[in-house]
Design a protein around this ligand. Structure first.
Ligand SMILES: Cc1cc2nc3c(=O)[nH]c(=O)nc-3n(C[C@H](O)[C@H](O)[C@H](O)COP(=O)(O)OP(=O)(O)OC[C@H]3O[C@@H](n4cnc5c(N)ncnc54)[C@H](O)[C@@H]3O)c2cc1C
Length: 445
């Protein structure tokens, strides 16, 4: 039996089916602007909005179709918590920066939610809460320590859910407890991007696609960029290219590498059946190293199941087989369910697992969301714009993180991901799975 329903088009994101008709984009660009934004995902569009509203003339260029990067492919899980434990951030950058980053999770959430409301973006935004599910007992113990550390210093609601109480959230025996983030939300990422694009165009800011920046020369005042058939002079530049960075930005590619993430969508299923599998209706993520993240579709009729099916690009059909098998581990009753979609995108991963906002050789940037940018990228795009305009509103704890490279990564081509893929598959996954199996046997008595 085929894994896919008839007519499925593996490779195409589920979100693109619900997209509104594409925006008509301008054909030509002004020769001069105060600000050139490179990349038309969430980061670039939010930067453009901020600068335009502050009175700057802005131009946005994208190498492909605006939004065709991660911003219309992601899981639509909305929250701005850092991936790292508080103590890890504190060890690296000091407790002040760590506290700032955790506090800004709430600010970023409020900022991006406010942007959606202010611009009237219809993108199925809903406060569903998120649950982070512990794969082993040790992971659950670490979660308890994290909640104690973070809630003592930042205004964040994080609740510990004991294993015995997990049934109210999810019908599976796979996990050993969880952290619940009741304030987190969900949205349709494609419609969110489309609404942002419309908001930028409404301000008269030109956004062009199919215009990769292939050269950027520094002049005595400002820059001259070659973007497809366009040539633009700009006082300042913001690089908002994250996991898709191409062109003359080797500095960024050596620091932010394209780590693929894969998602499948099931065929439409009975909503009551799905509600029984996920009674909490939350966004669900796991603690294991190659974690899965999953949710119901906004109409409650499908499961969207994402994960690192591989750390290198693989075919949509192969990724679908791996993710379907993982989904069936969580919910064995879904073994016969077929898929309507399987797609992937590149997250922009930094070696430190945190994004950074700053400038390199005068070029401003916000990069390195490491797989968590739905709420954070618009917020840090806004911060980058204020920094480019020399305004104190650009202050953020994310200006005090760093984007480091590694000696083994001198070319910007992420050759090491195939090694990492093998290491995770043959060493990390078996170790974590063996621990989980041991814990399950112990729990069963
Ligand atoms: C499969 C997947 C699932 C994810 N799930 C979640 C989730 O559930 N929750 C969450 O918070 N985050 C998630 N993320 C991460 C989130 O989508 C990203 O952090 C966010 O979209 C980054 O936005 P961005 O604007 O910085 O980059 P992008 O949206 O990737 O846009 C970058 C743009 O730069 C352009 N570009 C590159 N080089 C050039 C050049 N030289 N000239 C012109 N343009 C250029 C590209 O064409 C691209 O359009 C996920 C990502 C993926 C891939």
């Amino acid at each position: 039996m085929s894994l896919f329903v008839a007519g499925a088009a593996p490779g195409r994101p589920y979100w693109w089916d619900a997209a509104r008709p594409e925006q008509a984009l301008p054909e030509s660009l002004p020769e001069r602007a105060d600000l050139l934004v490179i990349g038309a995902g969430y980061t670039g569009l939010s930067a453009a909005l901020t600068a335009a509203d502050a009175g700057a003339s802005v131009v946005v260029v994208d190498a492909g179709r605006p939004g065709a990067g991660a911003s219309s492919r992601n899981g639509g899980m909305f929250g701005a918590h850092p991936r790292l434990p508080f103590e890890t951030v504190a060890d690296r950058f000091g407790r002040g920066v760590a506290a700032g980053i955790y506090a800004e999770a709430s600010e970023a959430f409020a900022f991006t939610r406010g942007l959606i409301e202010r611009e009237g973006i219809d993108c199925d935004f809903r406060v569903t809460g998120r649950i982070q599910l512990a794969w082993t007992r040790d992971h659950f113990e670490a979660q308890k320590r994290l909640v104690a550390a973070v809630t003592a210093i930042a205004p964040i609601t994080m609740e510990i859910v004991e294993r015995a109480d997990l049934g109210a959230e999810i019908a599976t025996d796979r996990y050993f407890g969880a952290i619940r983030f009741p304030d987190h939300a969900a949205l349709d990422p494609g419609r969110f991007h489309d609404g942002l694009l419309r908001a930028v165009l409404r301000r008269g800011v030109p956004v062009v696609g199919d215009s990769p920046v292939t050269a950027l020369e520094r002049r005595t005042s400002g820059y001259v960029a070659t973007a497809g058939r366009h040539r633009i002079m700009a006082e300042s530049v913001i690089l908002a290219t994250n996991g898709y960075t191409q062109g003359p930005f080797g500095w960024a590619r050596r620091r932010v590498f394209p780590l693929p993430s894969y998602v499948i969508a099931t065929e439409p299923l009975d909503p009551d059946r799905l509600r029984a599998l996920a009674p909490g209706g939350r966004m669900m993520v796991e603690t294991r190293a190659r974690h899965s993240y999953y949710r119901l579709s906004p109409d409650g009729r499908r499961i969207l199941f994402g994960g690192r099916a591989a750390m290198v690009p693989i075919a949509a059909e192969a990724a679908a087989r791996r993710l379907h098998a993982t989904m069936t581990e969580v919910w064995p009753s879904l073994a016969d369910v077929r898929l309507s979609h399987s797609w992937s995108g590149f997250t922009g991963y930094s070696f430190g697992h945190l994004p950074h906002v700053g400038a390199h050789e005068g070029i401003h940037y916000a990069l390195g969301y490491s797989g968590s940018g739905t709420a954070l990228a618009p917020y840090l795009g806004m911060k980058a714009a204020w920094q480019a305009l020399g305004d104190a509103r650009g202050r953020t704890a994310y200006a005090r993180t760093t984007l480091a490279t590694r000696a083994f990564h001198p070319t910007g081509r992420p050759w090491f991901l195939s090694l990492a893929d093998r290491w995770y598959r043959h060493a990390v996954d078996p170790r974590e799975n063996a621990a989980a199996e041991r814990d399950r046997r112990a729990a069963a008595g």
